[in-house]
Design a protein around this ligand. Structure first.
Ligand SMILES: O=P(O)(O)O[C@H]1O[C@H](CO)[C@@H](O)[C@H]1O
Ligand SMILES: O=c1cc[nH]c(=O)[nH]1
Length: 270
């Protein structure tokens, strides 16, 4: 039991879906998981564990914004032994080729949050990125279902209502696909705890086109995204994961000898 999750050790699966909305967590558990049981209702931030295609999976609400999402992600990774997290969120599109209800996978997440500036003593602009192996499973899962998954950068903003639309316009010019509020923190914490993370978002608002879905749809209609997430985590588990290091990660992280050689004889390129 932690300050914010009332589960006992073992109640939570190694793979966890993370919607911001706790009622989306309930809908996912009731709609997609078999024998789902609620393990926590602290602050009404529901968490459930059940099975999907025979594999244990949990789903935990995170609330809105990086401080709230960081609390749940930290406790899951640090205390409950969670190895894989997939955010299943909503987002606002800032790209002309993306439509309402499309699904975006965040290969990375830029942010205006101060959380990583605080974490790295104000001297590093850390680049939070998705786990490559998990992203690859999501891309394959979407293709197998005939879903057009957009892969690109998200922007994790500390504001939902911005006073600086020109910043969002510039981010669009620099290739950001959509705006949400949690992915950067989740990616950073997964790196810290040697876990895998991916953020999938369904487009609920189109910021350029001025269109939006009703609130009820954000809570209970994002089936394609949830199915991609569940297929990805179960495929990863079946392929030998979840593990701390994804395929394609650097020699320095995957092979200690490589890291030592680089340190001893040739400084890392800057
Ligand atoms: O629908 P969720 O997952 O909460 O995600 C998005 O919706 C909330 C804002 O309405 C923020 O949390 C944002 O990231
Ligand atoms: O525009 C949007 C839609 C969902 N979530 C956000 O953070 N922004």
């Amino acid at each position: 039991m932690t300050a914010h999750i009332s589960a006992e050790p073992g109640d939570i699966a190694e793979s966890v879906l993370l919607p911001g909305d706790p009622l989306r967590a309930k809908w996912i558990a009731e709609t997609f998981l078999t024998d789902a049981e609620c393990y926590s209702q602290v602050r009404n931030m529901f968490g459930f564990t059940g099975t999907y295609k025979g594999k244990r999976v949990s789903v935990q609400g995170t609330g809105m914004g990086q401080p709230s999402a960081s609390i749940y992600t930290h406790e899951l990774l640090d205390v409950y032994g969670v190895k894989t997290v997939v955010r299943v969120g909503s987002a606002g599109a800032i790209h002309d080729d993306i439509e309402l209800r499309d699904v975006v996978a965040g290969i990375g997440a830029s942010t205006n949050s101060s959380m990583n500036r605080i974490r790295f003593n104000g001297v590093v602009d850390y680049a939070p990125v998705a786990d490559f192996g998990l992203l690859r499973q999501a891309v394959d899962a979407a293709a197998a279902r005939g879903i057009d998954l957009h892969v690109g950068q998200l922007y994790s903003s500390d504001t939902f209502y911005t006073d600086a639309p020109e910043v969002e316009a510039k981010l669009a010019d620099y290739g950001i696909l959509a705006i949400e509020m949690e992915a950067a923190a989740i990616y950073t914490l997964a790196a810290k705890f040697k876990a895998r993370a991916l953020a999938l978002c369904t487009i609920s608002d189109h910021i350029l086109k001025g269109t939006e879905l009703p609130a009820a749809d954000r809570q209970e209609s994002f089936s394609e995204m949830v199915e991609i997430a569940l297929d990805a985590v179960t495929a990863l588990a079946a392929s030998g994961g979840p593990g701390p290091v994804g395929p394609g990660l650097s020699a320095a992280r995957g092979h200690p000898a490589g890291a030592a050689a680089r340190t001893a004889s040739s400084p890392a390129p800057r």
